[in-house]
Design a protein around this ligand. Structure first.
Ligand SMILES: Cc1cc2nc3c(=O)[nH]c(=O)nc-3n(C[C@H](O)[C@H](O)[C@H](O)COP(=O)(O)OP(=O)(O)OC[C@H]3O[C@@H](n4cnc5c(N)ncnc54)[C@H](O)[C@@H]3O)c2cc1C
Length: 420
């Protein structure tokens, strides 16, 4: 008997990780991706211990860690570089949570995830854009552009913040959802050779100004990823994109005048970046757990809980989702005593036996983090003298209480499982 087909929509972070897990559990995953060719994928990601633990299960954590330099320090400063606080807490993550935190180029992650699927003989279909879903008693059909369709046992929506899978699930529940919510902030990002002044320690650095925030972290032994966050209306939304090489000098100039008087290391990075990308930051209102799934479909990652990036947890939470969902799916080993019994679980009770507990487990944690990221973004980009003074004072105070800092990470990074 051929294994049940799992339709995985999206080959970003969650899609390929689930493709790996499902294949290893005896299913036949097919990963559909709308872009014609995966590869170039924006700037960078901070992978934290929780996400890296999941990437370790799919065999990629070591490869990603060798591309970069694990984080040793948090370092926060005023715009001119006057230190508000520093902590070597990240240097303890590997011992405390079994994996460090490490910044990586997003393109590297994307290429490695796709290669991992190909090496496992997982069917990856690039250039397949989901447009509709039809659910039956014990199967589901996904419809793609170009008049194509594929039927499987169940479907996992991993299609990100603008997920079509989510729109269809909500539509079928009588809910019409608009586009993602603009948080009022943009980010302009690049990757540059690490300036001499930032080379001593592998640190996540934050600089705070009036209405502007800059973050940087290493994504390799010699390279640093940086991003400038600022408050902006959507007036110039059409300019939010990767800039062409001929537009880079003007972008550098704009950023240099925005950041005049800031720490020279930032200006050095801005002026040496080969690529510059600008994007708006979006999130969405939380869904109730019962809105995460239907009879034959379930949402994971940004499709279920899209977040702004200020806590650096979106991808890490997507990976936690993958772990929990696949962990709750039965193994399907042909010839084993439980094969038939386990197949039954994929029958008409799939949503109640698997999807519902998954959503109920994951929704509260991810909702809190989405709200926390939004608050953190607002705070980072405080405007006005008094608000900035208060923010800087709060940041400096937080560094004087290492136990509270540690408690924050203790609530976040031991997940999704607490062993090596
Ligand atoms: C600026 C920025 C910085 C961030 N930094 C971090 C960070 O440091 N750490 C962190 O943990 N998170 C970070 N995040 C969040 C992180 O990027 C997301 O949470 C994560 O990528 C979600 O993974 P996903 O697999 O759910 O969705 P995605 O990675 O968005 O993947 C979705 C995939 O689905 C495809 N797709 C979309 N629609 C369709 C369709 N109709 N049919 C087929 N395929 C489709 C897309 O092309 C894409 O490949 C950041 C986000 C932003 C915007």
């Amino acid at each position: 008997m051929s294994p049940p087909v799992v339709l995985i929509i999206g080959c970003g972070i969650a899609g390929p990780v689930l493709g790996n897990f499902f294949k290893r559990k005896g299913y036949h995953p097919i990963v559909f991706e709308k872009v014609p060719e995966l590869g170039d994928a924006g700037a960078s990601l901070m992978l934290m211990s929780n996400g890296l633990k999941v990437l370790n299960l799919v065999g990629l954590a070591d490869a990603l860690k060798t591309e970069s330099t694990p984080l040793q320090e948090f370092w926060d400063a005023s715009q001119s570089g006057k230190v508000l606080g520093r902590s070597d807490l990240p240097s303890t993550f590997n011992d405390r949570y079994y994996q460090p935190a490490v910044g990586v180029r997003r393109t590297t992650v994307s290429i490695k995830l796709k290669q991992m699927l190909l090496d496992m003989d997982v069917d990856v279909r690039e250039g397949w854009e989901l447009i509709d879903i039809q659910e039956n008693e014990d199967s589901v059909t996904a419809f793609f552009d170009g008049g194509r369709s594929v039927t499987g046992s169940f479907l996992v929506g991993c299609d990100g913040i603008k997920a079509v899978s989510r729109r269809i699930l909500l539509r079928n529940q009588g809910i019409s959802e608009g586009p993602p919510t603009y948080t009022g902030l943009t980010q302009t990002a690049g990757i540059s050779e690490t300036p001499e002044a930032l080379r001593q320690t592998s640190a996540m650095r934050n600089w705070y100004g009036d209405g502007v925030h800059v973050i940087s972290y290493p994504v390799g032994p010699n390279h640093t990823s940086w991003a400038v966050t600022q408050r902006e209306t959507k007036e110039k939304e059409e300019t939010w994109r990767p800039y062409r090489p001929d537009e880079i000098p003007e972008q550098r100039q704009q950023l240099s005048s925005l950041l005049k008087g800031w720490d020279p290391a930032i200006l050095q990075m801005v002026n040496s970046s080969e690529r510059i990308i600008k994007f708006g930051l979006f999130d969405r209102e939380e869904l109730k757990p019962e809105q995460w799934y239907s009879r034959r479909c379930v949402l994971v990652g940004d499709a279920a809980h899209p977040t702004s990036p200020h806590l650096g947890q979106g991808a890490n939470q997507a990976m936690e989702d993958c772990f929990h969902l696949s962990h709750s799916m039965p193994f399907l080993v042909p010839g084993s005593g439980q094969y038939e019994e386990n197949l039954q679980i994929l029958g008409k009770n799939l949503s109640q036996e698997i999807f519902r507990p998954f959503a109920e487990k994951r929704q509260p944690r991810t909702s809190l983090l989405v709200k926390g990221a939004r608050t953190q973004g607002d705070k980072r980009v405080a405007s006005g003298v008094e608000a900035c003074r208060q923010r800087d004072s709060d940041i400096a105070t937080a560094y004087t209480d290492p136990a509270a800092m540690l408690a924050r990470f203790d609530s976040l990074l031991p997940e999704p499982f607490q062993t090596l």
